[in-house]
Design a protein around this ligand. Structure first.
Ligand SMILES: NC(=O)c1ccc[n+]([C@@H]2O[C@H](COP(=O)([O-])OP(=O)(O)OC[C@H]3O[C@@H](n4cnc5c(N)ncnc54)[C@H](O)[C@@H]3O)[C@@H](O)[C@H]2O)c1
Ligand SMILES: O=C(O)[C@H](O)COP(=O)(O)O
Length: 601
């Protein structure tokens, strides 16, 4: 990062292992550089963080674009010049940003690519005073060398309390009755509510907010169940909550409260088909993200009386249009994304984000960094295909988990001819962790926060080396990921010793999946994968291939691993496109296919 004009390097800070929040189980190599905030020291091999800002004495400038609690502003003022400018238009934000080293926002400001482009390279940190960073263009931030940090924990209780507030207000028609009395009416019969005690509440997503909602609902005398394929059963047991499957949660709940992140898997998870499987008269609360509900389907379900009431804090588009049928529906209670808006939460969030932004401006590595810092180019070049392999193995393994026991213990095995101290596995471990956590959470995992995040989620990752003979040209021969004490959606992925096991290698620079359970396969990890277990017999590849071909799904790779001829075999099929539900059903309906699973990479 070259110093230009008045911007120059002013201080160099060594990164200490303690700042990385990385496990002390592995020997830590020397500190690494983080491109957005740092550069390599010119005169040594030690990698250092370098704070770049205007002049030795000049304070950096922080633009606070949305209201931030006083305690956070005080912390910032000690270190930086603060410009609190709220309600900026996109153009005004782009104009101001070229004069700022850091920007702090909540969910109301869109930090677009144009913002990063307009900053002329001066913007070093974006602080999101809250959890969701869907309003920040992360790819653009990373491309522009700008670190993004968030405040993931300080508003948990506020969001949970808002969920309970909506639940109780909905059950007793508080908002509707209030409006009616203020309109001069006295409609006591119209606003008879329903009781909560003894009713079943299904908490969908048993993470930070979901578990706090569950705890509070228990106090209201509700029978609380939760669906979260990745939550530890003992955490649920500890507060008297049964973890159940998705179907059971839908079918048995009188109330459903949504607390999962918005991911590819949860987008529109409540839709026409899932509403049809709910108890007639179910009531729904959403303080997570609007996109987890198909809003048009919800209007249909409300009109049909399938859903009796809904209470919503979040919407697919915010603010929703004034004539939104959903917002205007008489059985719907709405709030304008107020989940995090308590005095206490906003003070907490303000302190959390101010500390993260100041730390980042000082060149410290933040545990809540959400975009990936770079590792030294020479390490990255060699490890790059293995980094991709590691993340994809993590993603595959976690998607194979079924049942409700939660992922707690993961063993990673690296087979290498390199001497142990000649192979830094931190990046690989971080990428496996990223692959394991990101598909099931709203958390962003990178080299900085991987071990911290795993620990916080009760995920224990152990590493083991197999030292191979032979040429140490390539850093690794294979990587194996095993998840213990879980069931699998695909029973053949369970190894003889009872863990979900996937193994991969890099071939000609391309990561390949080479083992699933005890079955050897060979499929390149590009696109997505269908795994089928079948009885080994002629014609199977052709039958599956032609179903995919007829549905215009391009097959990139196909491989069959079998224990013995004509016995059970596992077929791994790499596909470029996502097959439709109907296509997958056709594959599942082939009589000799005993089980199959579609995995997104
Ligand atoms: N309305 C607000 O103001 C407000 C405030 C805070 C958080 N939120 C939102 O609430 C949600 C939860 O936040 P959190 O801090 O508890 O996150 P978290 O990561 O702690 O918890 C999310 C949980 O969802 C689970 N999950 C993932 N995929 C799932 C699936 N398909 N089905 C069921 N569970 C699944 C994960 O295992 C995890 O336990 C996020 O969407 C967040 O953006 C909203
Ligand atoms: O993601 C979050 O933290 C919540 O949705 C709160 O968003 P807010 O900071 O805009 O209230």
């Amino acid at each position: 990062m070259a110093a230009t004009g008045s911007v120059r390097a002013t201080s160099a800070l060594n990164v200490k292992p303690s700042q990385l929040n990385l496990s002390s189980k592995l020997p830590l190599p020397p500190p690494f550089s983080v491109t957005p905030l740092c550069r390599r020291s010119a005169n040594s091999h030690r990698r250092t963080l370098v704070l770049v800002r205007a002049g030795l004495d000049a304070k950096p400038t922080v633009l606070v674009a949305e209201k931030l609690g006083e305690a956070g502003l005080t912390l910032l003022k000690d270190f930086a010049n603060i410009d609190c400018s709220y309600n900026l238009s996109p153009e005004e934000l782009c104009t101001k940003i070229s004069l700022c080293d850091a920007l702090i926002v909540r969910s109301g400001t869109k930090v677009t690519r144009e913002v990063f482009e307009s900053s002329g390279g001066r913007l070093k940190v974006v602080g999101r005073a809250g959890v969701g960073i869907d309003n920040v263009d992360l790819a653009a931030a990373t491309e522009h060398g700008c670190l993004v940090v968030n405040a993931p924990t300080a508003n948990t209780v506020a969001a949970a309390e808002h969920g309970i507030a909506l639940l109780t207000a909905m059950a007793r028609n508080i908002a509707q009755a209030d409006a009616s009395v203020k309109a001069g009416k006295w409609q006591r019969n119209k606003y008879v509510g329903v009781s909560l005690v003894g009713k079943t509440l299904a908490v969908m997503g048993f993470g930070k907010v979901g578990s706090e909602v569950a705890r509070r609902a228990k106090g209201l005398g509700m029978h609380v169940i939760a669906h979260d394929p990745y939550a530890p059963a003992d955490r649920a047991r500890a507060i008297g909550v049964d973890l159940v499957g998705f179907d059971e949660a839908l079918a048995t709940a009188d109330f459903i409260s949504l607390h999962m992140p918005l991911t590819a898997a949860t987008a529109k998870v409540l839709n026409d088909e899932t509403f049809a499987r709910m108890k007639k008269g179910v009531r729904i609360v959403n303080v997570a993200r609007g996109g987890v509900i198909d809003e048009e389907a919800l209007v249909r379900a409300l009109d049909a009386g399938v859903v009796a009431q809904a209470a919503l804090d979040v919407f697919t588009e915010e603010p929703p249009s004034k004539d939104s049928k959903l917002v205007q529906h008489e059985n719907v209670t709405v709030t304008p994304h107020l989940g995090a808006s308590t005095m206490e939460a906003q003070e907490g969030v303000a302190i959390e984000i101010a500390e993260a932004v100041v730390g980042a401006l000082k060149g410290e590595l933040a545990a809540t960094a959400v975009n990936a810092p770079m590792v030294p180019a020479e390490v990255l070049t060699e490890l790059k295909p293995f980094v991709v392999l590691a993340e994809k193995l993590g993603r595959l393994a976690v998607q194979l988990v079924g049942g409700g026991s939660g992922v707690k213990t993961v063993k990673v095995t690296y087979a290498s001819a390199r001497a142990p101290d000649d192979l830094d596995t931190r990046l690989l471990r971080a990428m496996i962790t990223k692959g394991l956590i990101e598909p099931i959470s709203s958390v962003f995992v990178n080299l900085v926060n991987a071990d911290f995040t795993a620990k916080q989620r009760g995920l224990r990752i152990t590493e083991e080396r197999i030292i191979l003979d032979g040429s140490p040209e390539s850093p690794l021969e294979f990587v194996q990921v095993q998840i213990a004490n879980v069931e699998s959606k695909f029973a053949s992925a369970i190894s003889e010793s009872g863990e979900i096991k996937v193994e991969g290698r890099v071939k000609d620079g391309i990561p390949h999946l080479t083992r699933v359970g005890e079955f050897e396969v060979d499929v390149s990890l590009e696109g997505s994968i269908i795994l089928c277990r079948q009885v080994d017999q002629p014609g199977m590849i052709g039958r599956v291939g032609s179903i995919l071909g007829e549905e215009n799904v391009n097959v990139s790779f196909m491989s069959v691993g079998r224990i013995a001829p004509r016995k059970q075999a596992v077929m791994a099929i790499g596909v470029d496109d996502q097959p439709s539900k109907e296509t997958l059903k056709m594959i599942g309906d082939i009589s000799s296919i005993e089980e199959f699973v579609f995995l997104k990479l």
